[in-house]
Write a protein that binds this ligand. Structure first.
Ligand SMILES: Cc1ncc(COP(=O)(O)O)c(C=O)c1O
Length: 429
């Protein structure tokens, strides 16, 4: 199940209370039966081993006896996670330094290769880049700094969250509220952001660049608000990196033609399209960089990417700086188009690699995903709290490494399984 996402607890979606900034009781209490049923069906907590391309040897035990499954769950959009150059990068880094992790604060001491990685990424993305062991930690470090007003000239901003902002951002609302005012707006409601900009001297907007359910933020309109009102933007582009831009700078960064300046921070993943491990922040000024290197909480503890992750990321940088990146981006676009010609989704026609099929009933979604797995395709289920109750979806992540025939077969099986589970043709109405 796609759990890594938004906390949608507005009444229209699930009947939950709105006065809370967090409400784990409601989220767990309201949704528990769905992951339980998906676990019972063998769709969750799965194990497997990477083979070639997007195929995994499913389960545990002797390799020869395991079924092969084509994976549409992982977000390795360019298929780089098992690329020989990425894997070799990780191995070389460990062999060279004979150490995986230093147990010390980054404010004091860092692996030299981590410095090399940050410099390389800074050049590639034309920003000051800081690397972390995950996007979750990068966001954790950033939210209190944003709330403090230190990124906005010493004046605390009203921090406005998109209601679909990833849980690794929304989780920190109560921490942010301890320092300043927090607002949550309806997903992508640019008019609401503008209203808040008109009413308040300093506003920061927190959103995803590409949302994990396949839609995206209107970056152009947000930039216009930035120009008009000085809006500060914190954009988590975990899913958008690598799949756009000449050097893979990503969905969000490629829409800022010049430097990021002093009013934008972009977070991104090194573990999805990038194919390595970890997360980054792209910052626009050396002042912001200094602030994060001193006060980001993960800097004081084990938030640095380990050396295998650093080596893998340096390997991926080589691919990002070669003609292969564009070729892979092109292969990805062809595969998205192929999927779209066969299966209608709300995301159809956008250039992102995430597609969600609206199923409705959670039980039907589980039956369909199970049927797909039995035919050799692993997909992800989406339930409450990521979407409202009775609005279950099945998500597929298309990658450059999927074979054309795998996508064609997946599409045929989706149509077949939906008809079998629901007695109705896809798309369901
Ligand atoms: C927008 C967004 N931010 C952050 C994350 C978490 O990334 P990580 O697993 O590197 O912490 C995800 C995960 O899918 C995500 O979709």
């Amino acid at each position: 199940m796609e759990l890594s996402m938004q906390q949608r607890i507005a009444p229209s979606d699930g009947g939950g209370p709105t006065e809370h900034l967090r409400n784990a009781t409601y989220v767990i209490g309201g949704s528990r039966q769905y992951p339980d049923a998906a676990h019972t069906s063998g769709l969750m907590a799965a194990h497997g081993r990477s083979t070639t391309g997007r195929t995994i040897a499913w389960g545990n035990g002797p390799l020869e006896s395991r079924p092969l499954v084509v994976d549409f769950l992982r977000c390795s959009y360019l298929g780089l996670d098992n690329h020989p150059v990425v894997v070799a990068g990780a191995i070389e880094a460990i062999e060279e330094q004979r150490s995986l992790h230093w147990s010390c604060a980054r404010t004091q001491l860092n692996f030299d290769l981590l410095g090399e990685l940050e410099e390389t990424l800074s050049e590639m993305f034309c920003a000051r880049v800081l690397a972390f062991s995950s996007v979750m930690l990068a966001n954790l470090g950033a939210m209190p700094i944003l709330a403090s007003g230190q990124l906005t000239g010493g004046r605390k901003p009203v921090v406005v969250f998109d209601s679909f902002a990833h849980i690794s951002l929304a989780y920190h609302k109560s921490v942010v509220a301890d320092e300043t005012r927090v607002e949550t707006i309806v997903h992508n409601d640019i008019d609401a952001v503008e209203r808040l900009c008109r009413e308040n001297p300093v506003v920061a907007y927190v959103c995803d660049g590409v949302y994990s359910m396949g839609d995206y933020s209107p970056i152009k309109e947000l930039r216009q608000l930035q120009e008009r009102y000085g809006l500060f933007l914190y954009i988590d582009d975990a899913h958008g990196i690598s799949i756009f831009g000449r050097q893979g700078e990503g969905f969000a960064r490629s829409q800022f033609p010049q430097g990021l300046g002093e009013r934008t921070v972009i977070a991104a993943s090194l573990a999805k399209g990038f194919g390595a491990s970890g997360g980054i922040l792209m910052l626009g000024t050396v002042d912001h960089e200094a602030l994060f290197r001193r006060y980001s909480i993960p800097y004081a503890f084990s938030g640095a990417p380990n050396l295998a992750a650093v080596g893998a990321a340096l390997g991926s940088c080589k691919i990002h700086r070669s003609a292969e990146l564009g070729q892979r981006q092109g292969r990805l676009a062809q595969r998205i188009d192929l999927f779209d010609r066969r299966i209608a989704t709300a995301e159809q026609g956008n250039s992102l690699p995430i597609r969600t099929m609206a199923i409705g009933s959670e039980a039907n979604a589980i039956a369909i995903a199970r049927g797909l797995l039995d035919r050799g395709f692993y997909t992800s289920l989406t339930f409450l709290p990521a979407v409202g109750e009775g609005k279950a979806r099945i998500r597929v992540c298309i990658t450059a490494e999927h074979e054309v025939r795998d996508i064609e077969r997946l599409c045929d099986c989706v149509l077949e399984q939906v008809a079998e589970a629901t007695g109705k043709p896809y798309p369901l109405r």
